[in-house]
Design a binder for this molecule. Structure first.
Ligand SMILES: [Zn+2]
Length: 356
């Protein structure tokens, strides 16, 4: 019994040796390196493990062993032969500065079989996970970047571009609340849905515009980024304007006759630009909606207003605790007019700044 086991183990060792020699003789350095790494790291990476160190090692090995490695981008991703570029999904999640790449049909040895190489200059970490026969690569970046993709043969090259290189102006638009936080809630109508509906209408306006403005959204669906993430997006982008869209309610939350539009600004912004932006928003909203003015008001007690490092405005379009205004806010037509007003106010504010 014991002898058999020893003999079996010896056979396995011999087979491994032959295999390793074969690989050593027939393949370039990288494959040997990959095998070594596979033994060193454990052969399975795909449970939410960091692969950043592995990428760094693979990159330095390839750079040393190859004379021809002129990178077409900052990161190089290799696709298995049977996978077409159209099969993979690359999403840029600006809100948490993560680029997510999904490749179907790759498993736990992907990073050994197809080493990802590149510079880690702007990369804080890379996490790899295999879910339902799909490899998910999360690249955590140190900043908000736009992506430049180049596909050549079985390689995808990814470059991270500073948004300021791409756009003349950058604005961030925040739909209030979201997810488990509905904001004000009246008669089964949630503020979060009205805020988002208005922001999505603004999105359509910006998309139809030919101004070279980069518009970033804290959310475009029913997600609920933290307040820190919302401000961080604007601050990291060094946005020219930051607008947050909300709707009001009375302190008690009870229905009342109180109605109207108010816009908050940051008093501690000594340049006065936050107030000027808020005033433009208020003027345009009153003009488009015909609502009652509740003025521009100090918003420094609100976290996102206080911590924004650029001209910021937080618009409270109307009162959900006023029946007439609630009905209006819940209509597509009124939402469209609010969106147009805020869009016009942002364009005007950017133009005013340029004129200075
Ligand atoms: Zn709100």
């Amino acid at each position: 019994m014991e002898k058999k086991v020893v003999r079996g183990a010896a056979a396995v060792m011999l087979a491994l040796t032959i295999l390793f020699s074969f690989v050593l003789l027939n393949f370039p350095d990288l494959h040997v390196f990959a095998l070594q790494k596979q033994l060193e790291y454990s052969t399975r990476i795909g449970h939410g493990d960091s692969v950043l160190a592995l990428m760094r090692e693979e990159t330095s090995v390839l750079m040393e062993s190859s004379k021809t490695t002129k990178m077409l981008g900052q990161l190089r991703l290799e696709l298995p032969g049977d996978i077409h570029e159209d099969d993979i999904a690359i999403e840029n999640h600006y809100i948490d500065q993560t680029v997510q790449i999904k490749i179907p049909g790759i498993g736990e040895s992907y990073f050994f079989d197809y080493p990802m190489i590149g510079s880690s200059d702007h990369i804080d970490d890379i996490i790899y996970e295999v879910e339902n026969d799909e490899g998910v690569i999360d690249i955590m970046l140190d900043q908000v970047y736009e992506l430049d993709l180049t596909v050549q043969e079985s390689y995808i090259y990814i470059d991270f571009i500073d948004p300021h290189e791409r756009y003349d102006k950058i604005v961030v638009i925040d739909a209030g609340h979201g997810g488990s936080d509905p904001g004000a809630m009246k008669q089964k109508i949630s503020e979060k849905d009205i805020d988002l509906a208005i922001v999505r209408k603004m999105m359509a306006l910006f998309e139809a515009s030919d101004a070279n403005i980069g518009v970033y959204y804290t959310r475009t669906d029913d997600s609920n980024p933290s307040l820190e993430q919302r401000v961080q997006l604007a601050n990291l982008l060094q946005a020219d304007l930051f607008l947050s869209v909300h709707n009001n309610s009375t302190a008690s939350g009870r229905m009342s006759g109180i109605h109207g539009t108010e816009v908050m600004y940051r008093v501690s912004d000594e340049s006065g630009k936050s107030k000027a932006f808020a005033q433009n928003c208020l003027d345009a909203l009153l003009w488009n909606l015909g609502s009652q003015s509740k003025g521009v008001v100090a918003g420094d007690e609100i976290y996102i207003v206080r911590t924004a490092q650029m001209p910021v405005a937080l618009a409270e379009i109307g009162f959900m605790t006023n029946q007439e205004e609630l009905d209006l806010l819940n209509s597509e037509e009124y939402q469209q007019r609010a969106a147009q007003a805020l869009y016009d106010a942002m364009i005007k504010t950017l133009e005013d700044e340029n004129g200075e």
